[in-house]
Design a protein around this ligand. Structure first.
Ligand code: IPE
Ligand code: MG
Length: 255
């Protein structure tokens, strides 16, 4: 416990006063960025430990989402481009993903809150043991529907759109679909996130203000929020501030 904790509690209370529970975004997506910079900032911390701290933040973050009644959470855990990082880091991350997905099947918060977990991305790029762990996590939560947690892993929004085009083209090739009758809804139904509402709010930590391929199709009308904290240092007050900012904006949908 830090000496600042009581101050943060007061700050959380202060921001919460402005929030309306009935106007929470239904779907929050977040790019969890800044794990390595966080580790570097701590001086003696390894990159992998930075990622482990990031994993702990995700667990806390999910608890806040449950408390605030957010129904769908999508997190950007690993992009297709991240495979180009040093092999030691990629291997460490894959080991962490394997542990975490396996842990989901055992995790009492996931079961008590009936969270359905789904991995979205080009899963065939992942090592077999990670894919097996994903399968265990998805199967052990498949019947839940109180909250949905999408974990974007091996994900890239452009590749998702390419895959969607391939799926739709197959139907055209088989003579089952006339290209003139392709609709937006049909595209939605063939994305990795098929069937889910678009994110209302997308947050990116660490001060970077880019999409980096996250939910390119789905983000069309999302509100964007950027904050300077590195992901492992992201606190509940940062999240509450993002929600307050979201609620203060008037959403127009081009009208
Ligand atoms: C996000 O943190 C985690 C992953 C992309 C796996 P980074 O690893 O990108 O950390 P920074 O942005 O280099 O600090
Ligand atoms: Mg980064």
């Amino acid at each position: 416990m830090s000496v600042l904790d009581p101050l943060y509690s007061i700050y959380e209370w202060y921001i919460s006063r402005d929030l309306r529970l009935e106007e929470m975004p239904k779907h929050v997506a977040i790019t969890m960025d800044g794990n390595r910079r966080y580790a570097r900032f701590q001086r003696n911390m390894s990159t992998l430990d930075g990622h482990k701290h990031g994993r702990n933040t995700l667990e806390e973050f999910l608890g806040w989402c449950v408390d605030l009644g957010i129904e769908i959470v999508t997190v950007y855990a690993f992009s297709s481009k991240n495979f180009n990082r040093p092999s030691e880091e990629v291997e460490g991350l894959m080991e962490l993903f394997k542990e975490n997905f396996e842990g989901i099947a055992q995790n009492k918060n996931i079961h008590n809150n009936e969270v359905r977990v789904k991995a979205v991305g080009q899963l065939d790029l992942l090592p077999d043991d990670v894919r097996r762990a994903i399968d265990i996590a998805e199967k052990s939560t498949a019947n839940y529907d109180k909250m949905i947690l999408n974990i974007a892993i091996g994900y890239d929004g452009r590749l998702e759109i390419v895959d969607t085009i391939k799926k739709i083209s197959e139907k055209v090739k088989d003579g089952k679909l006339d290209p003139a009758s392709i609709t937006e809804k049909m595209v939605n139904e063939n994305l990795y996130t098929a069937g889910l509402d678009d994110p209302n709010l997308i947050i990116r930590t660490s001060g970077e203000e880019r999409f980096s391929g996250f939910l390119l199709w789905q983000a069309s009308y999302s509100e964007l929020y950027f904050c300077d904290s590195y992901w492992p240092a992201f606190r509940k007050v940062d999240f509450l501030r993002a929600l307050r900012s979201y609620q203060q904006r008037e959403r127009r949908y081009g009208v």
